[in-house]
Design a protein around this ligand. Structure first.
Ligand SMILES: CC(C)(COP(=O)(O)OP(=O)(O)OC[C@H]1O[C@@H](n2cnc3c(N)ncnc32)[C@H](O)[C@@H]1OP(=O)(O)O)[C@@H](O)C(=O)NCCC(=O)NCCS
Length: 216
Protein backbone atom coordinates (compact mmCIF):
# COMPACT_ATOMS: atom_id res chain seq x y z
CA UNK A 1 0.00 0.00 0.00
CA UNK A 2 1.44 3.37 -1.05
CA UNK A 3 0.83 6.61 0.86
CA UNK A 4 -1.00 8.98 -1.47
CA UNK A 5 -2.65 12.33 -1.11
CA UNK A 6 -6.07 12.28 -2.75
CA UNK A 7 -7.30 15.78 -3.55
CA UNK A 8 -9.60 17.65 -5.94
CA UNK A 9 -8.39 18.06 -9.53
CA UNK A 10 -7.45 21.64 -10.43
CA UNK A 11 -8.11 22.25 -14.11
CA UNK A 12 -5.53 25.06 -14.38
CA UNK A 13 -2.68 23.33 -12.54
CA UNK A 14 -3.21 19.60 -13.02
CA UNK A 15 -4.01 19.17 -16.72
CA UNK A 16 -0.47 18.18 -17.70
CA UNK A 17 -0.34 15.49 -14.99
CA UNK A 18 -3.79 14.24 -15.99
CA UNK A 19 -2.75 13.92 -19.65
CA UNK A 20 0.33 11.99 -18.56
CA UNK A 21 -1.85 9.52 -16.59
CA UNK A 22 -4.17 9.30 -19.61
CA UNK A 23 -1.33 8.56 -22.04
CA UNK A 24 0.37 6.00 -19.78
CA UNK A 25 -2.83 4.21 -18.84
CA UNK A 26 -4.11 3.99 -22.41
CA UNK A 27 -0.83 3.83 -24.34
CA UNK A 28 -1.57 0.34 -25.71
CA UNK A 29 -4.93 1.35 -27.17
CA UNK A 30 -4.12 4.95 -28.16
CA UNK A 31 -0.53 4.74 -29.36
CA UNK A 32 -1.31 5.86 -32.96
CA UNK A 33 -2.57 9.22 -31.73
CA UNK A 34 0.06 9.47 -28.96
CA UNK A 35 2.88 8.99 -31.47
CA UNK A 36 1.40 10.56 -34.57
CA UNK A 37 -0.70 13.51 -33.42
CA UNK A 38 -0.05 16.75 -31.54
CA UNK A 39 -0.17 16.34 -27.72
CA UNK A 40 -3.06 18.84 -27.66
CA UNK A 41 -5.32 16.10 -29.09
CA UNK A 42 -5.20 14.03 -25.90
CA UNK A 43 -5.53 17.15 -23.78
CA UNK A 44 -8.85 17.78 -25.56
CA UNK A 45 -9.94 14.20 -24.87
CA UNK A 46 -9.22 14.66 -21.16
CA UNK A 47 -11.18 17.96 -21.26
CA UNK A 48 -14.09 16.12 -22.88
CA UNK A 49 -14.32 13.76 -19.88
CA UNK A 50 -13.81 16.68 -17.49
CA UNK A 51 -16.82 18.51 -18.98
CA UNK A 52 -19.04 15.48 -18.33
CA UNK A 53 -17.87 15.09 -14.74
CA UNK A 54 -18.98 16.73 -11.51
CA UNK A 55 -16.22 15.37 -9.26
CA UNK A 56 -12.60 14.97 -10.29
CA UNK A 57 -9.76 13.82 -8.04
CA UNK A 58 -6.03 13.25 -8.38
CA UNK A 59 -3.69 10.98 -6.41
CA UNK A 60 -0.37 12.61 -5.59
CA UNK A 61 2.85 11.01 -4.39
CA UNK A 62 5.62 13.44 -3.40
CA UNK A 63 3.90 16.23 -5.36
CA UNK A 64 3.63 14.13 -8.54
CA UNK A 65 0.22 13.33 -10.03
CA UNK A 66 0.10 9.53 -10.28
CA UNK A 67 -3.55 8.83 -10.92
CA UNK A 68 -6.86 10.50 -11.71
CA UNK A 69 -10.53 9.72 -11.40
CA UNK A 70 -13.19 11.86 -13.07
CA UNK A 71 -16.78 11.01 -12.31
CA UNK A 72 -20.30 12.29 -12.56
CA UNK A 73 -22.33 12.10 -9.35
CA UNK A 74 -24.77 12.33 -10.96
CA UNK A 75 -24.46 12.91 -14.71
CA UNK A 76 -26.06 16.28 -15.48
CA UNK A 77 -27.79 17.08 -18.79
CA UNK A 78 -25.90 20.39 -18.98
CA UNK A 79 -22.51 18.68 -18.53
CA UNK A 80 -23.42 15.98 -21.05
CA UNK A 81 -24.56 18.49 -23.69
CA UNK A 82 -21.50 20.63 -23.03
CA UNK A 83 -19.19 17.63 -23.56
CA UNK A 84 -21.04 16.40 -26.67
CA UNK A 85 -21.01 19.88 -28.25
CA UNK A 86 -17.30 20.21 -27.47
CA UNK A 87 -16.75 16.86 -29.21
CA UNK A 88 -18.99 17.52 -32.21
CA UNK A 89 -18.20 21.19 -32.81
CA UNK A 90 -14.56 21.33 -31.77
CA UNK A 91 -12.70 18.01 -31.45
CA UNK A 92 -14.14 16.32 -34.58
CA UNK A 93 -14.02 19.35 -36.94
CA UNK A 94 -10.43 20.02 -35.89
CA UNK A 95 -9.67 16.35 -36.63
CA UNK A 96 -11.41 16.57 -40.02
CA UNK A 97 -9.17 19.42 -41.16
CA UNK A 98 -6.24 17.58 -39.60
CA UNK A 99 -5.63 20.27 -37.00
CA UNK A 100 -3.86 17.67 -34.83
CA UNK A 101 -1.23 16.96 -37.49
CA UNK A 102 -2.16 13.25 -37.61
CA UNK A 103 -0.67 10.82 -40.07
CA UNK A 104 -2.97 8.47 -41.99
CA UNK A 105 -2.84 5.74 -39.31
CA UNK A 106 -3.70 8.15 -36.47
CA UNK A 107 -6.47 9.67 -38.59
CA UNK A 108 -8.16 6.31 -39.24
CA UNK A 109 -7.61 5.31 -35.61
CA UNK A 110 -9.35 8.52 -34.46
CA UNK A 111 -12.52 7.78 -36.45
CA UNK A 112 -12.42 4.08 -35.54
CA UNK A 113 -12.39 5.08 -31.85
CA UNK A 114 -15.52 7.20 -32.33
CA UNK A 115 -17.25 4.37 -34.21
CA UNK A 116 -16.27 1.79 -31.59
CA UNK A 117 -17.32 3.86 -28.57
CA UNK A 118 -20.69 5.01 -29.94
CA UNK A 119 -22.58 1.84 -28.80
CA UNK A 120 -21.82 2.78 -25.17
CA UNK A 121 -24.15 5.77 -25.58
CA UNK A 122 -26.99 3.71 -27.03
CA UNK A 123 -26.65 0.49 -25.04
CA UNK A 124 -25.98 1.97 -21.60
CA UNK A 125 -28.62 0.74 -19.10
CA UNK A 126 -31.08 3.54 -18.56
CA UNK A 127 -30.95 4.66 -14.98
CA UNK A 128 -31.72 8.21 -13.90
CA UNK A 129 -30.18 9.93 -12.01
CA UNK A 130 -27.07 8.15 -13.18
CA UNK A 131 -23.66 8.23 -11.50
CA UNK A 132 -20.77 7.21 -13.74
CA UNK A 133 -17.00 6.85 -13.58
CA UNK A 134 -15.91 8.77 -16.69
CA UNK A 135 -12.12 8.53 -16.60
CA UNK A 136 -9.89 6.46 -14.34
CA UNK A 137 -6.20 5.90 -14.96
CA UNK A 138 -2.77 5.99 -13.35
CA UNK A 139 0.89 6.00 -14.30
CA UNK A 140 2.64 2.65 -14.63
CA UNK A 141 5.14 2.84 -11.78
CA UNK A 142 2.42 3.12 -9.13
CA UNK A 143 0.19 0.27 -10.35
CA UNK A 144 -1.01 -2.47 -8.01
CA UNK A 145 -0.11 -0.55 -4.86
CA UNK A 146 -3.57 0.51 -3.76
CA UNK A 147 -3.62 3.90 -5.49
CA UNK A 148 -6.54 2.99 -7.78
CA UNK A 149 -8.55 1.71 -4.83
CA UNK A 150 -7.95 4.97 -2.90
CA UNK A 151 -9.15 7.04 -5.86
CA UNK A 152 -12.21 4.86 -6.38
CA UNK A 153 -13.00 5.02 -2.62
CA UNK A 154 -12.99 8.82 -2.88
CA UNK A 155 -15.48 8.82 -5.76
CA UNK A 156 -17.67 6.14 -4.20
CA UNK A 157 -17.74 8.12 -0.92
CA UNK A 158 -18.94 11.14 -2.91
CA UNK A 159 -21.71 9.13 -4.57
CA UNK A 160 -22.69 7.68 -1.18
CA UNK A 161 -22.66 11.06 0.58
CA UNK A 162 -25.11 12.42 -2.02
CA UNK A 163 -27.48 9.54 -1.36
CA UNK A 164 -27.26 7.75 -4.72
CA UNK A 165 -27.63 3.98 -4.98
CA UNK A 166 -24.57 3.22 -7.06
CA UNK A 167 -22.34 4.04 -9.96
CA UNK A 168 -21.67 2.51 -13.36
CA UNK A 169 -18.57 2.43 -15.53
CA UNK A 170 -17.91 1.70 -19.20
CA UNK A 171 -14.78 -0.30 -19.92
CA UNK A 172 -13.56 -3.21 -22.05
CA UNK A 173 -11.32 -6.25 -22.07
CA UNK A 174 -8.35 -4.26 -23.48
CA UNK A 175 -8.36 -2.20 -20.24
CA UNK A 176 -7.87 -2.96 -16.55
CA UNK A 177 -11.47 -4.18 -16.25
CA UNK A 178 -10.57 -6.72 -13.59
CA UNK A 179 -10.02 -3.84 -11.18
CA UNK A 180 -13.80 -3.31 -11.17
CA UNK A 181 -14.48 -6.95 -10.39
CA UNK A 182 -11.95 -6.88 -7.53
CA UNK A 183 -13.65 -3.72 -6.22
CA UNK A 184 -17.15 -5.24 -6.24
CA UNK A 185 -18.68 -3.94 -9.48
CA UNK A 186 -21.01 -6.36 -11.26
CA UNK A 187 -21.26 -6.85 -15.00
CA UNK A 188 -24.49 -5.45 -16.49
CA UNK A 189 -23.91 -5.52 -20.24
CA UNK A 190 -21.35 -6.69 -22.80
CA UNK A 191 -21.03 -6.29 -26.57
CA UNK A 192 -18.36 -6.25 -29.27
CA UNK A 193 -15.72 -3.51 -28.92
CA UNK A 194 -14.56 -2.34 -32.35
CA UNK A 195 -12.42 0.65 -31.33
CA UNK A 196 -8.97 -0.90 -31.55
CA UNK A 197 -8.86 -2.11 -35.15
CA UNK A 198 -5.76 0.03 -35.82
CA UNK A 199 -4.05 0.08 -32.43
CA UNK A 200 -4.40 -3.65 -31.61
CA UNK A 201 -5.13 -5.35 -34.95
CA UNK A 202 -6.02 -9.05 -35.16
CA UNK A 203 -7.38 -9.19 -31.62
CA UNK A 204 -10.99 -9.00 -30.56
CA UNK A 205 -12.26 -7.28 -27.46
CA UNK A 206 -15.49 -7.05 -25.51
CA UNK A 207 -17.04 -3.81 -24.28
CA UNK A 208 -18.29 -4.05 -20.70
CA UNK A 209 -20.64 -1.98 -18.56
CA UNK A 210 -20.36 -2.56 -14.82
CA UNK A 211 -22.45 -1.34 -11.90
CA UNK A 212 -21.48 -0.96 -8.25
CA UNK A 213 -24.37 -1.02 -5.81
CA UNK A 214 -23.72 1.23 -2.83
CA UNK A 215 -25.59 0.45 0.36
CA UNK A 216 -27.01 3.57 1.99
C1 LIG B 1 -7.34 0.83 -13.23
C2 LIG B 1 -6.12 1.32 -12.46
C3 LIG B 1 -6.28 2.85 -12.24
C4 LIG B 1 -6.10 0.60 -11.11
O1 LIG B 1 -5.09 1.18 -10.33
P1 LIG B 1 -4.14 0.33 -9.35
O2 LIG B 1 -3.47 1.33 -8.47
O3 LIG B 1 -3.28 -0.57 -10.13
O4 LIG B 1 -5.21 -0.53 -8.52
P2 LIG B 1 -5.05 -1.08 -7.02
O5 LIG B 1 -3.62 -1.39 -6.74
O6 LIG B 1 -5.71 -0.13 -6.06
O7 LIG B 1 -5.88 -2.43 -7.10
C5 LIG B 1 -7.11 -2.64 -6.42
C6 LIG B 1 -7.57 -4.05 -6.67
O8 LIG B 1 -7.83 -4.26 -8.06
C7 LIG B 1 -7.06 -5.35 -8.55
N1 LIG B 1 -6.59 -4.99 -9.90
C8 LIG B 1 -6.18 -3.78 -10.33
N2 LIG B 1 -5.84 -3.82 -11.63
C9 LIG B 1 -6.04 -5.11 -12.01
C10 LIG B 1 -5.87 -5.81 -13.23
N3 LIG B 1 -5.43 -5.20 -14.34
N4 LIG B 1 -6.18 -7.12 -13.26
C11 LIG B 1 -6.61 -7.77 -12.16
N5 LIG B 1 -6.80 -7.15 -10.97
C12 LIG B 1 -6.51 -5.85 -10.90
C13 LIG B 1 -5.89 -5.47 -7.60
O9 LIG B 1 -5.36 -6.77 -7.58
C14 LIG B 1 -6.51 -5.08 -6.28
O10 LIG B 1 -7.21 -6.17 -5.72
P3 LIG B 1 -7.18 -6.39 -4.12
O11 LIG B 1 -7.44 -5.05 -3.49
O12 LIG B 1 -8.27 -7.38 -3.92
O13 LIG B 1 -5.80 -6.87 -3.83
C15 LIG B 1 -4.80 1.03 -13.20
O14 LIG B 1 -4.64 -0.35 -13.35
C16 LIG B 1 -4.71 1.70 -14.56
O15 LIG B 1 -4.38 2.88 -14.68
N6 LIG B 1 -4.97 0.93 -15.66
C17 LIG B 1 -4.84 1.44 -17.03
C18 LIG B 1 -5.99 2.34 -17.39
C19 LIG B 1 -7.30 1.61 -17.31
O16 LIG B 1 -7.44 0.52 -17.87
N7 LIG B 1 -8.27 2.22 -16.61
C20 LIG B 1 -9.60 1.69 -16.50
C21 LIG B 1 -10.32 2.11 -17.70
S1 LIG B 1 -12.07 2.02 -17.63
Amino acid sequence: MIKTNIRAFNKNKDMEGAVRCFNEGFEHILWPSIRHAKPSFHEYLVKFFYKMSTDCFVAEVDGEICGIIFGAAPLKIKGLINAILFYLLYIIPKGLVNGYGMNWLAYRHFFQLIYGYLPFFFLHPNRWPMCEVELFTSINKYRSRGLGRSLMDKFVDTVHARGYEGTSVCTDTALSYRFYEAYGFELEKSFVQRSYKYSIPDKSFTALIYYLKIHQ
